[in-house]
Design a protein around this ligand. Structure first.
Ligand code: SF4
Length: 363
């Protein structure tokens, strides 16, 4: 198939749903499958795919939205940096509204802080060339898909000998949280729809240790309704057969090895480090920090500032939503005090957040 519409064909989608129902009837017990990609979460909600699944197959959302998993302490750090004189904070739009412990970047901007939305890290580098009298800080948040673009921006800044550009990094790597979730017996995850964008970079083989160690099937899956249902079907078939293999449904974009040039770029500038994930806490080696050779571009090292103790918004249950423990509607604040217009937690802010998806498209 070549065109998007073909992956949304009603007959194809209904056929896949029927095939899943057939397989599910032969399962010894119901299964919980998890998608770990914000774009998957949105597509599943947008196309109402959960309503096509039989009772024996439950699909839950995991920590696949980069803005949602970014901890409050990072937002507090960005807010503190925005208060420094002659400083411009540059960021993608979603982060602007994420609540920190006491404020948000949007609130700080309303009070006079210079916080600007950019569409790429290179836009922030360009701004730094245009504003030599200012310190331009880019908020580097995201998984392996975003990290190479930030690495390229840092190299561009280095080439231009820019002393006024730096990045506050909160880059994360994907298999780490899936391992942590797999090790939690309470969650009972029986299969993963693995993220598509991330897998274009890291490759499908990156999930082999996870499948082997925890005996959980993994299927790298595309974004269209037929992709997602086929991914679910592949997982259910493995569950029924008692298998735990890595399969690649999205072979039109993902290879076993991934994008080795992007991986090399990441390795060149970054090194693994422990990282804090909202809902999961500190996970060893699940983040990326700039190596010593690029320390001059690390805003955290460049601007040493006191940070307040971080605290989650009162009543927000994003951590439980992000680990599949509860559905967004189980949070008492969902749709009452928390909505996309007045978000209490990150999962309602980001366009890829589970709460935002549930609000926009219903349960
Ligand atoms: S509904 Fe709002 S407060 Fe509740 S978990 Fe989602 S984002 Fe947090």
């Amino acid at each position: 198939m070549k065109f998007q519409d073909e992956y949304r064909d009603r007959g194809l989608v209904q056929g896949l749903a029927a095939a899943i129902a057939d397989e599910a009837r032969q399962l010894p017990e119901p299964v919980r499958l998890m998608e770990v990609c914000g774009t998957h979460t949105m597509a599943i909600a947008q196309f109402g795919l959960k309503s096509l699944l039989p009772e024996q197959v439950k699909l839950v959302s995991g920590p696949g939205c980069p803005v949602c998993v970014t901890p409050v302490s990072y937002i507090d750090h960005a807010i503190a940096l925005s208060g420094l004189p002659d400083t411009v904070i540059t960021t993608f739009g979603d982060l602007l509204r994420v609540p920190g412990s006491c404020s948000s970047l949007m609130a700080e901007r309303a009070k006079g802080a210079d916080v600007r939305i950019v569409y790429s890290a290179l836009d922030a580098v360009k701004l730094a060339t245009e504003l030599p009298e200012k310190q331009v800080i880019f908020l580097g948040v995201g998984f392996e898909t975003t990290t190479p673009t930030v690495a390229a921006a840092i190299l561009a800044a280095q080439q231009q000998r820019l002393g006024n550009f730096s990045v506050l990094t909160s880059h994360k790597t994907m298999p780490g949280p899936m391992q942590a979730l797999s090790a939690d017996p309470e969650l009972k995850i029986r299969g993963y729809l693995c993220p598509a964008h991330v897998s274009t970079v890291i490759g499908s083989d990156a999930y082999l240790p996870l499948a082997e160690k925890f005996g959980i099937p993994c299927v790298v899956t595309g974004f269209e309704p037929a992709d997602l249902l086929q991914g679910v079907l592949m997982l259910v078939r493995q569950c029924r057969a008692g298998q735990a293999r890595v399969e690649n449904q999205y072979s039109r974009a993902v290879t076993r090895q991934g994008n080795t040039k992007a991986q090399e770029l990441i390795r060149h500038l970054f090194e693994p480090a422990d990282a804090v994930w909202r809902g999961l806490g500190v996970l060893p080696d699940s983040g990326l920090v700039l190596s010593e050779a690029y320390a001059a571009f690390d805003a955290a090292r460049k601007f040493q500032i006191e940070l307040p103790d971080a605290s989650e918004p009162a009543g927000c249950r994003c951590g439980e939503v992000l680990t599949g423990r509860i559905a967004p509607a189980d949070c008492p604040l969902f749709g009452t005090v928390c909505s996309p217009e007045t978000p209490v937690g990150a999962c309602m802010v980001s366009s890829e957040g589970s709460c935002s998806a549930a609000w926009r498209y219903g349960q």
